[in-house]
Design a protein around this ligand. Sequence first.
Ligand SMILES: [Zn+2]
Length: 328
Amino acid sequence: MSFPVHRPRRLRRTETIRRMVRETRLSPDQFVAPLFVCEGERVRREIGAMPGCFNMSVDVVVDECRELWTAGVPAVIFFGVPDEKDPLGAGAADPDGPVPRALAAVRSTVPGMSLWADVCLCEYTDHGHCGPLAQAPTGETIIDNDAALPRLADAALCYARAGADVVAPSDMMDGRVAAIRAALDGAGRSDVVLLSYAAKYASAFYGPFREAAGSAPSFGDRRSYQMDPGNAREALREVETDIAEGADAVMVKPALAYLDILWRVKERVHVPVAAYNVSGEYAMVKAAAARGWVDETRAMVEMLTSIRRAGADLILTYFAKEAARLLE
Ligand SMILES: [Zn+2]
């Protein structure tokens, strides 16, 4: 049967009908707000390419988390912006670093909030790579996978002790999920959720974040550990490996240019799937809206809806507060 009996437009006629038959809905319950924690006090430094996002000292982060919680956002993920860096990224596991201090402060002031800690070394290494450097037998400088693992495990344990209930390794080293799970369990912290950035692509859309976290590599790029944008089956392999190693949930990053990956992962696995609506995706909307080229609110909602529709159970997004307020 077809036209004229079938007229799909009938179900689009009024806002009420459209609201009732809508297949995909956004809720603040799905949002995780990324926050950049720096040293100092009363620091709230706007990030140039991310209007509305700030590097914040711990005291300001506490206020921000209260606001997010009140807006209905259930979770935040912390990234550290330390003053001191070294070749090994030792600061990642420093209990007095900005992230552990933020975790402890927010844990005591907003006790219900889910506190996530990004686990990586690149914000703490002076060369900006996600693992320590080494010399390959062939002579070139490489990122030392196996030397990174105990450091990532130490960092994850440090964040768990400070109050994180979710640790999220973002480094893309092989074997890091198993190393972190073993370290947490060995320290009696089998309660901590491990959400892995399982399929993380080497993407141009991270540009603004690197300004925010001061983590641009000082030489080379991250293509020897982050995934090639042309690969999809490899993403499934990464996801399955991480789940086998003990990941409770997995992430696809970035989101917009990888909605097909998100969909494939969602079809394949039975753990929650997160997507990272990255800084470049946020910046594109903000920049175009500032010029009057797109309607910011509509573009934001459409983008978040597409990520949800493609399969994301959870969305890490710089729009978290704005979108939550709109939806409430
Ligand atoms: Zn990293």
